[in-house]
Design a binder for this molecule. Structure first.
Ligand SMILES: [Fe+2]
Ligand SMILES: [Fe+2]
Length: 169
């Protein structure tokens, strides 16, 4: 059984992961609107990854005999100046996600909830990858700032990205 505090915090994270999904879908829509369909593909896959995260928390709450209460998903940012701005915002967003996962791990540690810590360890590792992915994309987009050809090359490359759901042991 989960404590009320931990259940509420996990429940909030279900919502936040769906918000992340929605934010990335908004970024996909922006990329589509400026004809960067490779970047749009990248963010559509990110949209799927975030839904997978939400469902991991969702399933876990039920495994621990808790209940999930779905809340309204906040309206995501819909205005972006350019792709650089999109990656600045997405990298900042992933840092917020990391701090939320850490707060969850703090609560689970206080409560000696080892099973929840084990779930959160997966997310802690995942956040290292997520931050790294967005940071390196941000750096690449920054370098292509005055070089549209480089941005289009990146767009071609990103068009080939495919979604593969992670294998959970
Ligand atoms: Fe996530
Ligand atoms: Fe993420």
């Amino acid at each position: 059984m989960l404590s009320k505090k931990l259940q509420n915090q996990l429940n909030d994270q279900v919502n936040f992961e769906f918000f992340s999904a929605y934010l990335y879908l908004s970024m996909a829509a922006y990329a589509e609107s400026i004809d960067l369909s490779g970047f749009a593909n990248f963010f559509r896959i990110q949209f799927q990854e975030e839904q997978f995260h939400a469902m991991r928390f969702y399933d876990y709450i039920f495994q621990k005999e808790g209940t999930v209460e779905l809340e309204a998903i906040a309206k995501p940012d819909i205005r972006f100046e350019n792709m650089l701005n999109v990656f600045e915002k997405s990298f900042e967003h992933e840092k917020i996600v990391t701090s939320r996962i850490y707060k969850l791990a703090d609560t689970a540690t206080e409560e000696k909830e080892h099973a929840t810590l084990s779930l959160l360890n997966w997310f802690i590792d995942e956040q290292v990858e997520e931050e790294n992915k967005f940071n390196s994309m941000l750096k690449r987009v920054k370098r292509s700032e005055n070089n549209p050809a480089a941005l289009y090359m990146m767009d071609d490359e990103l068009a080939a990205r495919v979604y593969t759901p992670p294998v959970i042991a």
